[in-house]
Design a protein around this ligand. Structure first.
Ligand code: MF3
Ligand code: CO
Length: 256
């Protein structure tokens, strides 16, 4: 069952997502040579506290493990779920994906953005541009009456047309009172397949795009997902509300 949010749920989703977007916006300009991913983590953690929100990642349980940080920061060949560390000093050319998921008033906002530290290779710039465009194209398919496969296929087509690959092992998701709700929102698939979209659904649409192979594996820390060929990866994500008037991106910074 895909949850449909009522007016109260929608209002709360708007607030949680605005907070998530505000925290992400605080982090983006701090991505510079010499900063550690632990520094970014601490800024993110403090911003969430200040805004009255909790990290939905901290303590998040997967099997017997609990995620140990408040943000996910994934560098270069790390696709998602990178654990911030004092040992990871950022440098020129790094591709840094920031993923911020907050809980505010019982609702979850989920968003991610990838920043590269100049100078970067043209191919890496293209990876970021295409991934960002793929997110926009996916969001444009989040229309009442469409199917989840329409979102998936729009993302996959744009990425592959440009010579990159979409990750298969992880997918976007419904989001609301829990971080992961139904349905799965893959970044690959065929138009007209999967659940039908109705008004009042909230999805985290999140293309994970690799410069090389789509194949990934998990590191021995139990969390960090990396590309198997060590090629760089990008990740852009918005939480989106479906309405009769079209998709509404909720993860936009605004005062609440
Ligand atoms: N945006 C990620 C997701 O949707 C956040 C994961 S948080 C973690 O899966 F706790 F699993 F790291
Ligand atoms: Co997500």
């Amino acid at each position: 069952m895909i949850p449909i949010k009522d007016q109260t749920g929608i209002a709360r989703m708007r607030e949680a997502c605005a907070v998530a977007a505000t925290v992400l916006d605080i982090l983006k300009p701090l991505v510079r040579p010499g900063i550690t991913t632990q520094d970014l983590e601490e800024v993110g953690r403090d911003a969430m506290r200040r805004l009255g929100a909790k990290s939905a990642c901290f303590g998040y349980q997967s099997g017997s493990r609990r995620y140990p940080a408040h943000t996910c920061i994934s560098v270069n060949e790390e696709v998602v779920h990178g654990i911030p560390s004092l040992k990871r000093v950022l440098k020129e050319g790094d591709v840094v994906s920031l993923d911020v998921v907050v809980e505010y008033n019982g609702y979850i906002g989920d968003n991610a953005f990838t920043v590269a530290i100049p100078p970067i290779k043209p191919k890496v710039q293209k990876l970021l541009t295409v991934s960002r465009e793929a997110l926009d194209l996916g969001i444009q398919q989040a229309l009442v009456g469409n199917h989840i496969g329409d979102i998936a296929s729009a993302i996959q087509k744009h990425v592959e047309k440009n010579g990159f690959s979409v990750v298969r092992d992880l997918v976007g998701h419904g989001v609301g009172v829990r971080m992961h709700e139904e349905p799965e929102v893959p970044n690959f698939g065929r138009p007209g397949t999967g659940p039908r979209i109705k008004a009042g659904m909230t999805f985290a649409i999140e293309p994970m795009v690799n410069l090389g192979t789509y194949k990934t594996k998990c590191l021995s820390d139990g969390w960090t997902i990396v590309t198997t060929d060590n090629s760089p990866s990008a990740h852009f994500e918005h939480t989106v509300l479906t309405t009769a008037r079209g998709p509404e991106i909720l993860t936009i910074p605004r005062p609440i």
